[in-house]
Design a protein around this ligand. Structure first.
Ligand code: PMP
Length: 407
């Protein structure tokens, strides 16, 4: 990205322009959540100032307008993922709820004692615990696909785990702790060969490139709006129409029914069957604004810029020494997780914050990964396209200072 374009992009993100602890903010915690462009903030404001109303039920103009914007947002997300139909886009609160929905409904309907479910050893807790809960209820077995020391999935081990007992595979597209980009197209193809369905946790992927669920042949794809420059409290579950149709509903309530009586209740069609209660209307509209904003940019150039930020971080790390990078996969997104030898990640995080540098420290909701790499946690700088090479330098200058203080 040219300096000019990068500046113009940064101008669109008001939160980046502030001081923290008397220093210019260097926001490197994009894996946790991303900052919001003006287009998103404006869309939320416009909705609440002009169109605020409940959807799908009004006999009045505002409600019609809110419904139109809300359903158009669904179509925007359909195009974003290249789903066949808008009905395959279910609004949820986020990745966590999307995964829980599939575990609770597809799981309850189709998993039985003796079945096997595979996840990887690099999953976020939100792609482990719902499956453990399902296994407790059904007597199925949850098995982890091992992770190699470089942070890549052990694909040979995956192959040997894929027996006919495996009914479901749920894997992360990009690891939030390691940055590894998993070969999900291969993972899906191999799972389909034994008749298993696959969910991909795309929480950390969608911010970096355009995902095509049809090209991947994913059965389910889950992500959160807030990691894609959109609002919190809104997320997406994509599911193939036939699978969603075969699944029982998730929560019961308004919107998800066709007819209710005390003798028998019938359910609404897709996607409303899975959207009980008043949805996050503003959130959906805000998320669509984020997607429109991204489509106004050259995403390939943005991804190349993120790669350059990561390459620069690797270079600086080698220069200052004493840095152990956790996660060295060949295909890696702009997630830089590390340990400053001889220090605790939390202390490093505090010292960086004092210099205005926002990173995340801890286990990143991926305790099994920390266990495997025998670390209590890591310091994680996760870069977005609005970050600059100067900000990467600020991180390493900050680390030099932290070293002087801590070692
Ligand atoms: N999966 C991954 C890979 C994540 O990084 C996260 C968020 N850290 C989640 C799932 C959960 O997302 P949310 O908290 O938005 O539901």
């Amino acid at each position: 990205l040219s300096a000019e374009l990068l500046n113009a992009i940064r101008e669109q993100f008001p939160a980046l322009h502030q001081e923290v602890n008397c220093k210019p903010l260097v926001y490197l915690d994009n894996g946790a959540t991303t900052q919001k462009p003006k287009a998103v903030i404006d869309a939320l404001q416009r909705y609440y100032e002009h169109d605020n109303s409940n959807v799908h039920r009004g006999a009045h103009t505002l409600s019609d307008r809110a419904t139109e914007h809300f359903e158009n947002a669904r179509k925007t997300l359909q195009r974003f993922l290249n789903a066949k139909k808008a009905e395959e886009i279910v609004w949820t609160r986020g990745t966590t709820e999307s995964i829980n929905l599939v575990a609770a409904t597809w799981g309850r309907a189709f998993i039985k004692a003796g079945d096997r479910i595979l996840v990887s050893g690099m999953e976020h807790h939100s792609n482990i615990v719902p499956w453990q809960m399902l296994c407790e209820q059904t007597g199925a077995e949850l098995l982890p696909i091992p992770v190699l020391d470089n942070g890549e999935l052990d694909m040979d081990a995956y192959k040997s785990l894929l027996t006919p007992q495996v009914k479901f595979v749920s894997v992360v597209h990009v690891s939030n702790a390691l940055g590894t980009i998993n070969p999900v197209a291969d993972i899906i193809r191999m799972a389909h060969d034994v008749g298993a369905k696959v969910l991909v946790d795309g929480a950390q992927a969608v911010a970096h490139w355009n995902v095509d669920v049809q090209a991947l042949d994913a059965d389910f794809y889950a992500f959160s709006g807030h990691k894609l420059f959109g609002p919190t409290g809104i997320g997406v579950l994509y599911g193939k129409e036939a699978l969603l149709n075969a699944m029982p509903p998730y929560q019961g309530g308004g919107e998800m029914i066709e007819h209710v009586s005390f003798s028998k209740t019938t359910y609404n069609g897709l996607p409303y069957k899975f959207e009980a209660g008043t949805p996050n209307i503003a959130g959906a509209i805000g998320l669509a604004a984020a997607v429109d904003y991204l489509h106004s940019l050259d995403r390939v150039a943005l991804a190349a810029h993120e790669d350059a930020l990561l390459a620069h971080a690797n270079q600086r790390a080698a220069q200052i020494g004493g840095i152990r990078i956790i996660g060295n996969a060949r295909h890696k997104a702009s997630v830089f997780g590390f340990i400053l030898e001889g220090t605790h990640p939390a202390d490093v995080g505090t010292l960086l914050d004092q210099q205005g540098i926002a990173v995340r420290t801890g286990h990143h909701c991926a305790m099994p990964v920390m266990e495997q790499f025998k670390v209590p946690g890591t310091v994680r700088a996760s870069f977005s396209f609005y970050n600059t090479l100067d900000e990467v330098d600020a991180l390493f200058n900050g680390l030099e200072k932290a070293k002087l203080f801590l070692l």
